[in-house]
Write a protein that binds this ligand. Structure first.
Ligand SMILES: *Cc1c(COP(=O)(O)O)cnc(C)c1O
Length: 376
């Protein structure tokens, strides 16, 4: 039987032809007119004044944090449950991540816990819209504004997802996206920073280009780096972006189908997800025994992936702390097959396998209870 991967990239003839045409055009490959076109297309898609593309989503966060003034010794509030890049971006700048627990409803930060974590050293808060869920982004944005702290939105998982009618990534002072392979659209590697603030937009352009205001000159007004993109990626990105509206529909339909087939199973818990505004990146479920379910699915040729461990518990940090929601989600979380191109038959096969697994588990549990009664 054909294997069902947890995730797979989706490129076709459109990208192949765009790259071939670009190569024949005699372009210099590095970023130029195609990159500008891609930035403009992205800015208009998310409804932001400025979009600056960079080499990946981690560097997009580094550039965003640097642009809002995060420096060595500052504190940056980040959720304890996210891809580790969110935390590591602050470390690269010599700042300290301050881990805050998430809320169970959205798997994102909530304003009460963020408010408790603010100190005089807090320079920024990074709100991760986990799996495209807006959660409390507006409340956290209002809190940050009231306290004079920059809100950076890590919207790496949220292209095609909204809070009301506003695209995620545009509710803070600056927002970031990733175009790594598992994301809703990909340029292999790649990232973007968006903002509506003109001064921040100009600063971000300098940050990615050695601190100068344009290419081809060697005078530098500020400290900057080389976080540049390439036109080859841009032509791929332009093709991928055209497909995002279709992928948004597919991702929502995929989530709805899983929901329909799994919601009556007591062992499987889905996170509340408003499919009118969210295009879920991955299908995340909470189960009592994710490792065992993962092993069973693997035997059936079905790929899955454990969700992120709490960052404070990663060997890279090893910091003590009490984060009950993060700990529970990490202990019970599993990502099911989530590629946008997954067929309905494939989803049905995954759901049937999960149902069969839990039917066997509950039968065995019934048996065990009987045995235990005898022992007692
Ligand atoms: C993917 C991801 C990143 C990192 O993006 P890269 O392009 O892989 O560097 C950062 N934050 C979150 C929430 C992500 O999902």
């Amino acid at each position: 039987m054909k294997k069902i991967p947890q995730m797979e990239p989706w490129f076709d003839e459109a990208e192949a032809e765009a790259v071939a045409a670009y190569m024949r055009s005699g372009g210099w490959i590095t970023e130029h007119t195609q990159t500008v076109a891609f930035e403009q297309a992205l800015a208009s898609f998310v409804g932001a004044e400025h979009c600056v593309v960079v080499n990946n989503g981690t560097i997009a966060l580094v550039a965003a944090l640097w642009a809002v003034g995060v420096r060595a010794g500052d504190e940056v509030i980040v959720p304890n449950f996210t891809m580790i890049a969110t935390a590591n971006a602050t470390v690269l700048l010599g700042a300290s991540p301050v881990f805050v627990d998430i809320e169970a409803k959205s798997l994102g930060l909530n304003d009460t816990l963020v408010a408790d974590a603010i100190t005089p050293r807090t320079k920024a808060v990074v709100f991760v819209s986990f799996n495209g869920r807006a959660g409390q982004v507006r409340q956290v944005a209002a809190l940050c504004q009231a306290r004079g702290i920059a809100l950076v939105e890590d919207a790496a998982q949220s292209l095609g997802s909204y809070s009301g009618t506003q695209h995620l990534g545009t509710l803070g002072v600056v927002g970031t996206f990733s175009f790594s392979v598992p994301k809703i659209m990909s340029t292999g590697q790649g990232g973007a920073v968006v903002t509506n603030d003109d001064a921040l937009g100009a600063r971000l352009r300098r940050i990615k280009d050695f601190g100068r205001s344009r290419g081809g000159i060697d005078t530098h007004e500020s400290i900057g780096f080389n976080f540049k993109f390439t036109d080859v990626q841009a032509v791929i990105g332009l093709e991928q972006l055209k497909k995002v509206p279709t992928r948004m529909k597919l991702k929502r339909a995929l989530y709805a189908r899983y929901q329909e087939h799994l919601q009556d199973l007591p062992a499987v818990e889905l996170i509340p997800t408003n499919l009118a505004e969210t295009s879920p990146w991955f299908i995340d479920v909470l189960v009592p025994d994710p490792d065992q379910l993962q092993a069973y699915l693997a035997e059936q040729g079905i790929g899955s992936r454990r969700v992120y461990p709490p960052i404070n518990e990663q060997l890279a940090y090893g910091w003590a702390g009490y984060y009950p929601v993060t700990q529970e989600v990490a202990r019970r979380g599993l990502w099911l097959p989530s590629a946008a191109q997954l067929t309905e038959e494939a989803v049905d096969r995954v759901c049937a396998a999960i149902r069969k697994y839990y039917a066997a588990v509950s039968q065995a549990a019934g048996h065990e209870t009987g045995v235990q009664k005898q022992v007692v």
